[in-house]
Write a protein that binds this ligand. Structure first.
Ligand code: SF4
Length: 109
């Protein structure tokens, strides 16, 4: 049985899909495949996406610049959150970005 991820998918991952801080020498994702860091890929099953995400978050767990990476990514708007960054999925980061916007806007006490 194939379950497909229900979210915007892309055709082929590229260098642009990789984390912003990948160029820092000590980044654990330096030199890894762009595919690991992309959002859902066209035709990818839910199980494949989960496996890819688990691999990426495992790499992030050993990254010495994880906190800096996450802070950098959380400074980006919701619509620019894709793939795993700083050990978090795009969905988890979108929730944090929205919460930060709500707090700054005074919508959350
Ligand atoms: S935390 Fe993850 S995404 Fe960020 S630089 Fe490190 S390995 Fe790359």
């Amino acid at each position: 049985m194939h379950l497909h991820v229900i979210s915007p998918a892309q055709n082929a991952p590229s260098e642009a899909d990789r984390p912003v801080l990948r160029l820092v020498d000590t980044a654990a994702c330096a030199g890894t495949s762009p595919e690991l860091w992309a959002g859902p890929i066209d035709g990818e099953t839910l199980m494949d996406w989960r496996a890819r995400t688990a691999t990426a978050t495992t790499i992030c767990a050993s990254c010495p610049i994880r906190t800096r990476c996450l802070a950098t990514e959380l400074a980006r708007p919701v619509d620019q959150q894709h793939g795993v960054r700083g050990g978090m999925t795009a969905a988890a980061r979108r929730r944090l970005v929205r919460l930060g916007t709500a707090v700054r806007g005074g919508w959350v006490a």
